[in-house]
Write a protein that binds this ligand. Structure first.
Ligand SMILES: [Ca+2]
Length: 275
């Protein structure tokens, strides 16, 4: 960022030195990145959610939720009925794996693991295991898809675009706002050309331009807890209470509905953001 400011300063100085009368006196340099837009939110519906699920990923596919539950010994991939929260199908992971981000693409469900550098691929209808991949670009945190690549977060500020056929990284993009890089990017959802992301241990959702990594919008959901009688995030972080952090964003593109939940949350909320 310092280099950028220096560049702006030098360009402004050169521009200010321009005394030729026939040239318009307009700035020719980009304005330094400003703050992301505030995205208001509104709860429009609420549905039950399994409080035993330490939610690490959520996606809406053909009328069902696909969810990844974390923690060693309690991890699984599950398909649930949105209206009731009923688990329709599930596949438990071996106790050595901690389930993390999940996404469904072309009939296959992909699931990351936290520190095991292993991704699992399942048949999305039957949850039959199809393949495993090993990866080494970081821990497994969140995952979504733009319909072509898997998009993965690792707890860093980067989004990794990964080939679903090989699990090789195609490119990475650093997420930043007006203050610089933002670490701990967590659960993801691709909505209308943007990546929406939970930020670990924050009650906010970021809207990210996937081409540049720039945060273009922020939704602050911190009052959702008090509205529903949940302990504040600070109380949860201090004492280990539940519901834990926001960590699930799903999108139904057919009906333009956004759903959010969190680790051990009793509800999935349908919310209106800027969708
Ligand atoms: Ca998601």
């Amino acid at each position: 960022m310092k280099k950028f400011i220096a560049f702006v300063g030098i360009t402004w100085f050169l521009s200010a030195c321009n005394t030729e009368p026939d040239k318009p006196d307009t700035p020719t340099v980009p304005i330094v990145d400003n703050a992301p837009a505030n995205i208001p939110y509104k709860v429009v519906n609420e549905f039950p959610h399994d409080t035993s699920s330490f939610t690490e990923g959520l996606q809406y596919v053909d009328g069902k939720f696909y969810e990844s539950a974390g923690n060693y010994g309690q991890s699984d991939i599950r398909i649930t009925e949105p209206a009731t929260g009923k688990v329709l199908q599930s596949k438990k992971m071996d106790k050595k794996y901690f389930g993390e981000g999940i996404t469904v693409l072309d009939g296959k469900a992909y699931q990351l693991t936290y520190q095991e550098n292993t991704a699992f691929v399942y048949d999305a209808k039957t949850l039959k295991p199809l393949a495993t991949f090993n990866y080494n670009f970081g821990e497994g945190w969140g995952m979504t898809t733009d319909g072509k690549s898997l998009i993965i977060s690792t707890g860093s500020s980067n989004l990794y675009f990964v080939d679903p056929a090989t699990f090789k990284v195609i490119k990475s993009v650093g997420v930043y706002n007006q203050y610089g890089p933002l670490a701990a990017i967590n659960e993801l959802e691709f909505i209308k050309g943007f990546v929406y992301a939970n930020l670990w241990q924050k009650d906010i959702i970021l809207k990210i331009d996937p081409a540049s990594g720039k945060v273009v919008g922020t939704a602050d959901l911190s009052d959702l807890r008090s509205k529903y009688g949940y302990p504040s995030l600070q109380e949860v972080l201090n004492s280990g209470q539940t519901p834990e952090v926001l960590n699930g964003i799903a999108y139904d593109s057919a009906s333009n509905k956004v759903f959010i939940t969190g680790k051990n949350w009793p509800k999935v909320f349908e919310v209106k953001l800027d969708n």
